[in-house]
Design a protein around this ligand. Structure first.
Ligand code: CTP
Ligand code: CA
Length: 229
């Protein structure tokens, strides 16, 4: 399907989306990662493109095709994702759907770490924090997007954690989802989310990730029209 950025309610709007996991190498053959299929972020990119927005999708390693009409910038580590996001600014709307690794190994060795003997203790894993891309985009700088949307992946007391995260991060909207193993959200086609904003909290029913994406993007269309904050 051909898409024209001259058409649609979000024509002329520049949207930046992060999606997928990040991989943090320990050595040339091993990495630390978050679980993330990238499906929700890719669906959001697709919906924004449908509305005529100019979309840049900064994506960690996933096995999904690039959505039609979307500029995909691939990256592997959180530091690379951070660099790619900064390079894509300024934008009007930012959506951070990526499952960014909070920490990376302190040192990356260039050769494979070898076992030395069957009774040796495993090597220690020393970690350092990664940049928090959402918190940085939400900070009140000249480059702050007009609308910053974060995600919260929680496995327990979803709303309590999400409300705390919403205030801590400084974003405008936060999409909270329960990613605990029984829900099937992780890697699955469906999602069950809450949308938090300064106006309060909405619970959305279980629906496909593509439908979550369409609803969220429709909210952005309404926000742009001055209907919602
Ligand atoms: N995020 C980010 N950069 C990071 C960590 C998280 O941009 N280094 C973004 C995610 O894309 C998501 C939001 O922050 O939009 C929340 O991520 P989450 O992992 O749920 O929250 P954290 O603040 O990292 O807290 P915790 O993992 O301890 O729950
Ligand atoms: Ca995290």
């Amino acid at each position: 399907r051909a898409r024209s950025q001259q058409d649609g309610p979000l024509a002329g709007i520049k949207v930046l989306i992060t999606a997928g996991p990040t991989h943090e190498p320990l050595d040339p053959v091993r990495y630390l990662a978050n679980r993330s299929s990238g499906k929700q972020g890719y669906a959001i990119a697709d919906s924004f493109a449908d509305m005529g927005a100019a979309v840049t999708l900064v994506s960690g390693p996933v096995s999904l095709p690039a959505p039609a009409g979307v500029t995909v910038v691939g990256c592997e580590t959180a530091q690379q994702m951070h660099e790619a996001v900064l390079a894509a600014l300024p934008c009007d709307v930012a959506v951070c759907a990526a499952a960014v690794a909070d920490w990376r190994p302190e040192t990356q060795v260039t050769q494979k770490i070898k076992k030395t003997g069957p009774n040796d203790s495993p090597p220690p894993l020393m970690l350092v924090p990664n940049p928090d891309i959402l918190a940085e985009l939400s900070a009140p700088t000249a480059l702050r997007p007009k609308l910053v949307i974060g995600f919260a992946a929680e496995t327990q007391t979803v709303l309590t954690h999400a409300r705390d995260k919403f205030h801590r991060k400084g974003c405008d909207w936060l999409v909270a989802n329960d990613v605990s193993p029984g829900t099937g959200v992780m890697g699955g086609a469906d999602n069950k989310v809450f949308l938090l904003s300064r106006n309060g909290t909405e619970e959305w029913p279980l629906m496909g990730k593509d439908e979550v994406a369409r609803r969220l993007v429709q909210r952005v269309v309404d926000w742009r029209a001055g209907g919602v904050e």
